[in-house]
Ligand binder design. Structure first.
Ligand code: NAG
Ligand code: NAG
Ligand code: NAG
Ligand code: NAG
Ligand code: NAG
Ligand code: NAG
Ligand code: NAG
Ligand code: NAG
Length: 502
């Protein structure tokens, strides 16, 4: 059964992506052959829980899920896996795995939507999911999420750090090797995330150093094409210990560092709620720079991959809304590689409950459509490659409003609109106190008065055409100067973020 499945899939491999493998140059992930930038625009697809099977196969055919991934604008899936799946359960079939857990309901759904999966091993099921993604031109990053298959991540769940109950270093290295080798001939598998969210009482920077170096070397040896993605301590938060003591590896141009960010990261939920937004956002951004951003600067710069961030897609969680408003601005400005948490609209089983909903899911409970199109729209700007290190075009600016995910665009009647960021106008701006001019025209953005929409004017030298930034990171707070030039566009008050992009 499996053979047929895989052969069918391989026959029709289109080359939709870039030429591979990927490599790195300074802070950019690039196509090794041409040197052109390839931005990872990923979505996380969980496959590391007890059944050891990519979620959702009980709801929709794998090929349809993969198509939805591509249609939503993602070029990459961060597919999670458990070490034990390869080191202990590799011969278990999907049907056996589900039966073992009493997941009759999930099995019935899979029999309807993906019957070919039931009699193949959990490892072959992973390969079939990868092939489904590859057929859609979607790249895959394989993320070692846990050792013992289960929901992640708790401080004391036995999966947090080397030496924890389930986290045997040797077995982990063996797992990395097996997985890297398994995809030797699948060029669209572009990288391995070495371990999700290292954490817990045993974490220790010098132990981290030793194992990250051995893990990276194992992957490199097994499959030298792969990007090696290095996790930080404290739940993928911090790499400060690398400032004095960088990693020592005998290969280059394959290392990427990964961090995660949520509203609750580092216990900051209350901070978002209780403090002034502009100050909190500023301090969070500075924190990220201090803890990880430094890695993508300077002589030995490497790419920084925000491999998880996300919010409950119900639109009413205030701390998360504030976090997102701040963080989307950061991701756009830095133009980092990223992965949203998560694809799955539901789980086979989580914490013993069968079939629960995932409110962070980009897909709805039935895996049939986008859960919250408004949230997806907010990702449209960062789903584009904003900066191109090879570009010879002059710098321009994008006006982006992270609260709504809209960008400004001028139509052919010279009217200013806030629209979907797939189509924005380019602006020229020389810094605080100077005009903002529509690229290729003599028209400048001009304030008409508080609370009245800004217009475009030929008078670029007037006081009304001078724009000042409101704060360090140029998000206007309540009473700051950007607000003087506020313009109103249908859905409310828009302040400007003016960012410089190459
Ligand atoms: C991009 O620039 C780099 C470094 O200058 C160069 O090596 C590479 O060939 C360029 N790639 C393209 C596609 O122009
Ligand atoms: C799977 O089965 C093969 C052949 O019987 C055996 O060599 C291998 O050790 C088994 N793998 C696992 C992880 O049990
Ligand atoms: C799976 O295998 C079982 C037992 O070998 C067989 O009865 C069943 O028909 C198979 N199911 C599928 C979908 O191939
Ligand atoms: C970290 O591990 C090293 C080597 O095992 C050990 O010498 C050191 O004391 C540990 N540090 C902490 C803070 O536990
Ligand atoms: C999911 O599908 C079921 C059965 O077809 C349907 O009753 C339910 O309304 C759907 N739920 C959503 C959120 O689409
Ligand atoms: C982008 O906007 C311009 C100006 O309004 C319009 O002419 C063009 O068709 C739009 N392009 C897309 C892809 O929507
Ligand atoms: C300008 O707008 C008009 C009416 O909205 C439209 O018919 C025309 O095609 C547009 N021209 C260009 C060049 O986009
Ligand atoms: C920015 O400065 C350059 C060089 O002085 C000038 O040519 C350009 O017109 C200025 N742009 C704006 C929007 O003022």
């Amino acid at each position: 059964m499996y053979k047929i499945l895989v052969q069918l899939l391989i026959l029709s491999l289109p080359i939709l992506c870039c030429s591979l493998p990927l490599s790195t140059r300074s802070r950019w992930i690039i196509d090794e052959a041409t040197g052109a930038r390839v931005k990872l625009i990923c979505i996380n697809w969980a496959a590391h829980l007890e059944p050891m099977l990519a979620e959702g196969l009980n709801k929709q055919p794998a090929g349809r899920i993969a198509r939805l991934v591509a249609e939503m604008g993602f070029n990459c899936v961060r597919l999670t896996w458990a070490t034990y799946m390869f080191t202990r359960f590799a011969n278990l079939t999907v049907a056996q795995s589900l039966t073992r857990l009493g997941l009759v309901d999930a099995m019935e759904g899979i029999a309807v939507n993906n019957p070919g999966f039931l009699n193949v091993t959990v490892v072959d099921a992973q390969r079939a999911v990868v092939e489904a993604l590859v057929r859609q031109g979607v790249m895959v990053v394989l993320d070692n999420h846990v050792s013992q298959p289960m929901w992640c991540c708790g401080e004391h769940d036995g999966n947090g750090f080397f030496g924890d109950k389930y986290f045997d270093a040797k077995e982990w290295l063996q797992g990395l090797s097996i997985v890297a080798k398994l995809y030797k001939d699948t060029s669209m598998v572009v990288g391995i995330s070495m371990r999700n969210e290292l954490r817990g009482p045993l974490q220790n920077a010098s132990v981290w150093h030793g194992y990250m170096e051995s893990g990276a070397m194992r992957i490199q040896k097994a499959n030298p094409r792969l990007l090696v993605i290095i996790p930080g301590l404290h739940y993928d938060l911090s790499f400060t210990y690398l400032k004095e003591n960088p990693l020592q590896l005998n290969f280059k141009n394959k290392l990427v560092y990964e961090i995660h960010r949520y509203a609750f990261t580092a216990g900051q939920t209350k901070m978002w709620l209780n403090n002034i937004f502009a100050e909190t956002c500023n301090s969070v951004r500075q924190g990220i720079q201090r803890q990880a951003g430094f890695l993508s600067e300077g002589q030995n710069a490497a790419p920084l991959f925000v491999s998880e961030f996300g919010v409950k897609q119900v639109g009413v969680v205030r701390a998360e809304n504030l976090f997102l408003r701040c963080f989307l601005g950061y991701l756009a400005e830095m133009d980092l590689d990223w992965g949203v948490w998560a694809l799955q609209g539901s789980y086979y089983v989580k914490h013993g409950v069968h079939g629960p909903d995932e409110t962070y899911g980009m897909l709805d409970f039935n895996w049939s459509s986008v859960r919250n199109p408004e949230f997806l729209q907010r990702l449209h700007l960062i789903q584009q490659q904003i900066r191109d290190p090879n570009s010879t075009c002059p710098t321009y600016h994008i006006q982006y409003h992270p609260s709504t995910g809209r960008c400004t665009r001028v139509d052919n009647n010279s009217e200013l609109h806030a629209t979907d960021c797939r189509n924005f106008s380019r602006w020229n701006h020389n810094g605080s106190g100077t005009p903002i001019r529509l690229e290729g025209t003599e028209l400048c953005l001009s304030a008409t008065g508080d609370g009245i929409p800004a217009t475009l004017s030929r008078d670029c030298s007037s006081r009304r055409s001078k724009w000042e930034s409101a704060s360090d990171f140029r998000v206007s707070g309540g009473k700051q100067r950007w607000e003087r030039g506020v313009f109103m566009l249908g859905v409310g008050l828009y302040s400007l973020i003016v960012k410089s992009f190459n």
